[in-house]
Design a protein around this ligand. Sequence first.
Ligand SMILES: Nc1nc2c(ncn2[C@@H]2O[C@H](COP(=O)(O)OP(=O)(O)OP(=O)(O)O)[C@@H](O)[C@H]2O)c(=O)[nH]1
Ligand SMILES: [Mg+2]
Length: 361
Amino acid sequence: MKVRRYVAQNMQEGLLRVKEELGPDAVIIHSRKVRPKGIRGFFLPPRLEITAALESYSGNDGIMEKLLLAEVEKQLRDGISEIKAHIDCLASRGEFPREYGEDESKGFINWQKKLEQQELFPALIQDLLEGIRSGFAGEIQFSEGIIGVLLYKKIRRTLKTAPEKAEAVQVFVGPTGVGKTTTLAKLAARYALYQGERVGIITIDHYRIGAVEQLRTYAEIAGLPLHVVMSPAELGTALSKLQGCQRVLIDTAGRSTLNTIHLKELVAYISRLPAAEIFLVISATTKSGDLPLIADGFKGLGYNRLIFSKLDETDSFGILLNGIHCTGLPATYLTTGQNVPEDICLADVDKMCALILGEEK
Ligand SMILES: Nc1nc2c(ncn2[C@@H]2O[C@H](COP(=O)(O)OP(=O)(O)OP(=O)(O)O)[C@@H](O)[C@H]2O)c(=O)[nH]1
Ligand SMILES: [Mg+2]
C-alpha cells in the first residue's frame, strides 16, 4: 500500500493532486488543517493536509494495519509538537488569537459595528481601529480574532482604575437618580461591617422630598450616625461632631449640569471641605452624547474618582471607556444592582475590558 501526504489550499485542490499521483483508486484516510511553520504561520490562513492511500496489491491485512497505525501516530506526534509550538509562541507574546483566516476588512467592519453597539465614542472607535491597522500593517493578516486580541490590549491600556484615596472624607456627586445615595449606603455598610471602621454620614440633600428619610433608613440599619446639613456653614459643625470617625461619607443632591445655580450651591458646600475623595457617579445607562456635558458640568466640584453605577441595567458598556477617556480620571467602583451592601465591586480593568468587548454580561 502506498501512503502519501499532500498539503493543499483546499480539499478540491488536494483531491486533484491525489488522483493525479495515485490514480482514481486512491482513498483519503485522513485530513486536517495545518498552519505554515514559524510565527507568521499563526497569522496566515490554514492549509489542508491530506493523507491518501492506494492499495496496490491485496497484501497482508496486518501490514496494512501497521502502516496505517504508524501514519496516524506520526500525525498525532506532528500535531502535538505543532500545538506545543503554537502555545509557546502565544505565551511569549502574551496573546491568544481566537480565530483565523477571516477577511481583514470584514474583521474591522465587524469590530466597528460591535464597538458602535457598545456606544463607544465614534472618535475612540476610529482611534482604536486605526491604531491597530497602522501599527501592524503588513506584519500580520488581521482576522476578527486577532483584531479582538489587539483591541483588548489597547482598551486595557486606556482604561484606568485606582483604589480609594486615603482621605477620610468621601463625597458623592452626580446627576439626579444615578445611585449616589444607594452607593454611599453600600460603602458605608461595607466600611463599618466588613472593615470594622467607625463611619459617619452627612447629607446635604435636603431638597428632594424623602431624601433624608431614605438615608436615615440605611444609617439606622447599619447603626451609623447621620447629620443633615442645611447650609455650607453647618458643614464644619457636622464634621467636628464626627471627628471620632475614621470615615465620613457625604451625600449630595442630584443636580442637572444645565442648572448652574444648583451647581454653584454645591460648590459652596464642597469648598468648605478638607481634602476629600470626590466621586462622580455616572450611570451606565447615560447617553454617550450627554457624558461630556456631565464631565464638564461637575468639574467645578473637583471630583477626582469615578463610580459607574447600574451596570446591570444595560448591555452596552462603552460608557466605561468614554467616561475615563473624557474625564482623564480612574474608576474606583462599579455598582450592579439595588441590593445594599452587596451590589458593588472594585473597578477591575479586565472585567471592564471584557464588558466593552461584549465578552461578559
Ligand atoms: N439597577 C440598579 N439600580 C440602582 C443601582 N444603584 C442605585 N439604583 C437604584 O436607582 C434609584 C435611585 O437611586 P438613588 O441612590 O436614590 O440615586 P441618587 O443619585 O441618590 O438620586 P438623587 O439623590 O435623587 O439624585 C433607586 O431605585 C436605587 O435602588 C444599581 O447599581 N443598579
Ligand atoms: Mg440621593
